[in-house]
Write a protein that binds this ligand. Structure first.
Ligand code: HEM
Length: 442
């Protein structure tokens, strides 16, 4: 029995029937679940309708094709088998409600690239917390604005001094290898190559001589290295595609920490350079003393109204180049070394060609690059078979019709597989015959 005191003191909201509140909450939750289920059902029907003319590998009712790609080392081989069975393009289902059309035919790719559809917002989204909205992620008018401002950064005169910087970094790597091979044991090259390309991009982009190849103590270098690893890791582990799961995981925590560290460093470098460039005389002095690096170009870039990039955009472009500029080249160089090691006869021809160009000199110059015709063919052949970026994707901004009459509606995500196109048997008689194309072009 409630005492008179309790009756007076008890707040009125406590008098509301608890079971009624619970009942309302349950109805609310059920309605939400029902609405979501209807939405997902419609999404699935839309996807099934969009891909009706594109047969593909049978799907699991819940996982789609995800369970087929659990072993990382099997992903590309399996995709190749499917591409040979389902010509031109076939769907890949990620669960029951998300699917992309994987394109493996060059004419399909031409039709797509001719349109300028935006990049899809799934593939690159894991990079955004680190590299921000730089060229790689952007599309539309902001992409055009940044691309125009960055054009001077790719002028031959800017790139020329980079050759000596890269040769310097490569020599450091080769010296390390000479030490490592003395006991005759195999050496895993990728990490060394990766540190070498990171060292090179640091010099070219920031004029920063980090010595990261010999001294791994630099916290920024370690952060960039870890971030690259964690971005790949997140792509591989399917539950990590969900932001909440990732942010709550230990890996998500370390990713945020590394982002913070990398941003602090980039911001500091930008601020310091801004200060030194403020003074006109200082700017001229810098030009006389050293070549202009990528950061100078970014800071000096102005559009027709005299406006440059904001601090946030500057940081995004610097971080984008830091990522794109070292991870891709490290992978490309490592695969080239693998190809040359597997084909000693072509390795020998490249060696002879380069020795002929060098003569008595020890390092390459800018003018030498155009003379390395056989080596260039081998590099291109290796990039064909082992492209460092195996695919890019786009989200259709309007419906599309391909050359064989098949169509896709607006909003569909299309993944253009660079890997599969370059191994397409209708283009190359024997796609795996390494260097055949290089030798035929002689
Ligand atoms: C073997 C080396 C490389 C490969 C295979 C490669 C591959 C690619 C591919 C396929 C794209 C297109 C992405 C898309 O459209 O979705 C791209 C874009 C880009 N890459 Fe590279 N890349 C390489 C080296 C580099 C280097 C050295 C840098 C910078 C120093 C760089 C900076 C960029 C940037 C800024 C973009 C975005 C371009 C834009 O959308 O305008 N890449 N790269």
């Amino acid at each position: 029995m409630i005492s008179a005191f309790e009756r007076v003191m008890k707040p009125s909201w406590l008098c509301v029937d608890v079971s009624r509140v619970l009942h309302l909450a349950a109805v609310f939750c059920l309605t939400c679940v029902l609405l979501k289920a209807i939405q997902l059902y419609h999404r699935r029907q839309e996807l099934l309708k969009a891909f009706v003319k594109f047969p593909g590998h049978p799907t699991h009712w819940l996982f789609g094709h995800v369970h087929e790609f659990l072993k990382e080392e099997e992903i590309l081989d399996k995709s190749e088998v499917w591409a040979q069975k389902y010509l031109y393009a076939h769907p890949h289902w990620f669960g029951s409600f998300m699917a992309v059309l994987v394109v493996s035919d060059p004419d399909y790719a031409k039709t797509l690239f001719a349109r300028g559809d935006p990049k899809d917002n799934v593939s690159y989204k894991h990079l955004v917390p680190w590299i921000g909205n730089g060229l790689l992620v952007l599309h539309g008018p902001k992409w055009h604005h940044h691309r125009k401002l960055l054009t001077p950064g790719f002028h031959y005169d800017i790139l020329k001094p980079y050759v000596a910087l890269m040769a310097e970094s490569t020599n450091v790597m080769l010296d390390k290898w000479e030490q490592l091979i003395t006991d005759g044991r195999p050496v895993e090259l990728f990490e060394h190559v990766s540190l070498m390309t990171l060292d090179s991009i640091m010099k070219c982009a920031f004029s920063c001589h980090s010595n990261c190849q010999t001294n791994r103590q630099n916290s920024y270098i370690q952060a960039v290295y870890d971030l690259c690893f964690m971005v790949h890791q997140r792509l591989r582990i399917f539950p990590y595609h969900n932001d909440v799961i990732y942010w709550l995981s230990p890996h998500g925590y370390w990713f945020r920490k590394a982002c913070q560290l990398a941003h602090q460093h980039t911001d500091k470098v930008i601020q310091e350079r801004k200060e030194s460039l403020k003074d006109e005389q200082e700017f001229e002095k810098i030009q006389k003393k050293r070549h202009l690096d990528f950061l100078d170009i970014l800071l000096c870039a102005k559009d027709e109204n005299g406006a440059g990039l904001s601090d946030e955009d500057l940081r995004a472009e610097v971080d984008t180049f830091m990522f794109e500029g070292h991870d891709t080249t490290a992978s490309g160089i490592s695969w080239l070394l693998y190809c040359l090691a597997s084909h000693p006869e072509h390795q020998q021809r490249c060696r002879e060609e380069i020795q002929g160009i060098l003569g008595d000199r020890e390092t390459l110059r800018w003018e030498d690059l155009g003379k390395m015709t056989y080596t260039t063919m081998c590099i291109k052949e290796s990039l064909r078979l082992y492209p460092p970026v195996p695919g890019v994707s786009r989200q259709l901004s309007k419906p599309i019709t391909f050359h064989d009459g098949r169509t896709l509606p607006e909003g569909t995500t299309v993944a253009i597989s660079i890997y599969l196109i370059h191994r397409n048997p209708s283009v190359w008689k024997d796609p795996l015959e390494l260097y055949r194309a290089a030798v035929c072009h002689e």
